[in-house]
Design a protein around this ligand. Structure first.
Ligand code: DGT
Ligand code: CA
Ligand code: CA
Length: 575
């Protein structure tokens, strides 16, 4: 049974989780997590590579033992280690680790003392007051565990866009090979680049719909067929993701693509325009009475209601129809507009690659400058730098810059914003940097007033340049901290600093709404990879997707500037 990179990554994540619950060495756990990330982010399809007789790529941190396990899983779809770990613990136990506040030790205790193996059992145990009686837990932690368990339960069922993308790639390749299949495109929220997707809406053009649907049923990832009609079917993949397939004739392609791209609210708004012109729009075309007047392309659908083409990322009925009518649609930013990246880590803190490797990878990603922003001392889990270590790092970067051609390293820091809003490193060393990126990494549960005051105080610091991942959320794991974002955006403008849109697929904050707000206030947004390895520059495309959903144009984004134009902008905040 063919195996995709995402399957290997998921298996290795599970191994790491189960090892962690069993109390295995942190090094061993980390090795499996790193392998999962590396495989998941790899551009090469490992199975087909091995099948064609090539060796695995040489990845940092993956030794012979891990490589053998990757090989085993890629070629057999199984892992002996995973099977034996699974036999020792219920599979759902691993999901408890995703609950904030629950580490492996606590999960083990909940499992053994209270027989809690699922999120549902966890929230029940908390509601019954059974958790507070365990050693090391109290009433307060019981309440926050209950909240977290319930948040986690309500967010399951949606998949991160980046995870969906891994499955989409393989599926599209498969469907395109079906004889008679023409266009194959994934519509729905996936095409609109929403940060999470509920299911995948796949559109295929073909004369023979039955053949396409039968082929989907035969796809090796499919676990079950939920429903099946003459031109549509619904299947569930082994990972739980649902695929809705529609097969349409070529001359309905544009109408179907428009319909299934949505959003529903956007479709309704377009249909209303059509009605006003005496037209009817559905997934087969645009009709005046019985006559079809448009529908082969999406552009023809829009033209029939007097609109220009509207990019999918804007189709949320949040003003795009009015803007299109007035000829004022934004010219959305594209990945190629990014000239630099202002947030990245190396092995000096918690990254996985050296300065030189990160510089090379950034250059290969088409960038002209890269800011290295390690963590600061407070964040000990991420090996944060103190003033002396940062000083040494600055010198290393100066030396490397002398040798680099085509890429400039900017010297920065991702400095912790402490609870009182002061910065975690002294001014002397901050003053030697090209930019200061500040972030909240602790005390997420301050009241909104105190959290906002804390951030505003940090932004007041004369060296402060960019507020990193301004909401602190981790999709499916941690809610945003409560903060008055409109005020922060307004004050950023006044203080001459910038807000980050963090392109990591589980962050992607600023979200689309706050991007629009930043744009309206005239605050430039920095789309940063927050890379912790050379592979992470690939995530920039998700940051750009979110920015497009937030209506951002090239001019609204800080790191579309040339280095020459950027320097005075950074200097202004330092002034
Ligand atoms: P998701 O899957 O929850 O992330 O979000 P979508 O937007 O992909 O929603 P989904 O999969 O339920 O439906 C795909 C598209 O099909 C949706 O964006 C618009 C269209 N659609 C679905 N149901 C309706 C409907 O009742 N009316 C109209 N006008 N369009 C619909
Ligand atoms: Ca969908
Ligand atoms: Ca759907």
């Amino acid at each position: 049974m063919p195996v995709h990179n995402a399957d290997i990554a998921a298996a290795f994540e599970e191994i790491a989780d189960l090892l962690e619950i069993q109390g295995a060495s942190p090094f061993r756990v980390r090795a499996y997590r790193n392998a999962a990330r590396t495989v998941g982010a790899s551009g090469h399809d490992i199975r087909s590579r091995l099948e064609s007789g090539e060796a695995l790529p040489k990845w940092p941190g993956i030794g012979a033992d891990l490589a053998a396990k990757i090989h085993e899983f890629a070629t057999t779809g199984k892992s002996e280690l995973l099977a034996s770990l699974r036999a020792q613990l219920p599979a759902t136990v691993a999901t408890l680790l995703k609950v904030p506040g629950l580490g492996p030790k606590r999960v083990k205790m909940l499992h053994e003392a209270l027989h809690v193996d699922t999120l549902g059992q966890l929230s029940e145990a908390a509601r019954d007051g059974r958790i507070r009686r365990l050693p090391g837990f109290g009433e307060k932690s019981e309440r926050s565990i209950r909240d977290a368990a319930e948040t986690a339960m309500s967010s399951t069922g949606r998949f991160k866009l980046s995870l969906a993308a891994q499955y989409v790639e393989a599926l599209v390749v498969y469907l395109k090979k079906i004889p008679g299949a023409g266009q194959v495109v994934v519509a729905g929220s996936f095409r609109r680049m929403r940060e999470t997707v509920g299911d995948l809406d796949v559109l295929v053009t073909a004369q023979d719909a039955g053949r396409v649907m039968a082929a989907l049923g035969d796809y090796d990832e499919v676990a079950a067929v939920r429903s099946s009609g003459p031109t549509r079917s619904s299947v569930v993949l082994r990972n739980g993701m649902q695929i809705d397939l529609r097969v349409v004739a070529q001359d309905s392609y544009g109408a179907a693509l428009h319909y299934f791209t949505g959003s529903k609210a956007h479709n309704i708004a377009v249909r209303r325009l059509a009605q006003a012109r005496g037209l009817k729009v559905n997934e087969y075309g645009v009709f005046r009475g019985a006559e079809r007047i448009a529908g082969a392309t999406e552009a023809s659908v829009y033209a029939s209601v007097g609109l220009p083409f509207i990019p999918p990322e804007l189709r949320e009925d949040r003003g795009e129809i009015e803007a299109a009518r007035a000829g004022r649609l934004p010219h959305l930013i594209e990945r190629a507009d990014l000239r630099g990246d202002l947030h990245a880590h190396t092995v000096a803190s918690d990254g996985r690659n050296s300065l030189a490797e990160m510089a090379q990878a950034a250059w290969e990603a088409g960038l002209e400058y890269l800011a290295i922003t390690e963590h600061s001392r407070r964040l000990t889990v991420a090996k944060g730098l103190d003033a002396a270590a940062l000083g040494a790092h600055i010198e290393r970067m100066d030396r490397l810059n002398e040798q680099l051609d085509g890429l400039t390293l900017l010297k920065g820091i991702e400095v912790d914003i402490l609870e009182d809003g002061s910065l975690d490193l002294p001014d002397e060393v901050l003053g030697r940097l090209d930019l200061v990126v500040g972030a909240v990494h602790s005390q997420f549960s301050l009241s909104p007033e105190r959290q906002t005051a804390r951030i505003l105080r940090a932004m007041n610091h004369p060296y402060f340049s960019i507020l990193a991942h301004p909401s602190g959320r981790l999709l499916g794991e941690r809610e945003a901290y409560e903060v008055d974002m409109p005020t922060i955006i307004r004050e950023a403008r006044r203080r001459g600093c910038f807000l980050e849109l963090d392109a990591q697929p589980e962050r992607l904050d600023l979200n689309d709404v706050y991007c629009q707000m930043a744009k309206a206030e005239g605050v430039l947004v920095s789309i940063n990879s927050d890379a912790h390895s050379t592979l992470d520059f690939a995530n920039l495309r998700y940051g750009v997707g979110q920015a497009r959903r937030g209506w951002l144009e090239k001019g609204d984004v800080l790191n579309t500037r040339s280095l020459k134009a950027l320097r005075p902008l950074l200097a202004a905040t330092l002034g």
